[in-house]
Design a protein around this ligand. Sequence first.
Ligand code: ZN
Ligand code: ZN
Length: 142
Amino acid sequence: MYRGSLKRRRAKGREATYRYRIKHRDRYLQLGRAYGRRRKPRLKIYRNKLKSIVLDKYGGKCACCGDTHYEFLCIDHVKGGGNKHRREVLKSCSHGHALYRWIIRNNFPRIFRILCANCNQAIGIHGYCPHQKVENPEIVNT
Ligand SMILES: [Zn+2]
Ligand SMILES: [Zn+2]
């Protein structure tokens, strides 16, 4: 008898919480979003830190034109097929810093180099960089 009523009271309590959540659903969602916003700057700092570690290890400048502007630099897969490798490395994870983390964990394999945004895009689209065409054509085909 006593147990039964306790059980019922508990069930009622759960139901009340559930109803409360449904009723204030928007507020809960908003709280979740606010939390996400607060986390973002920290994630950015973390990502930048990973990036600078990786860039430093690979020489800290564009392998093509020698640009050292951190903001322009990115990791390039030397033998091409970067997207395929990236997919293999990242699997379900879509965050950019996962690649940096993978590189650090795998002790900076030599299959990567640093390119600035210009050279990277030129090579990606045209298969060569105009810098190399004039000065040093062999680097593009490495
Ligand atoms: Zn460059
Ligand atoms: Zn270039």
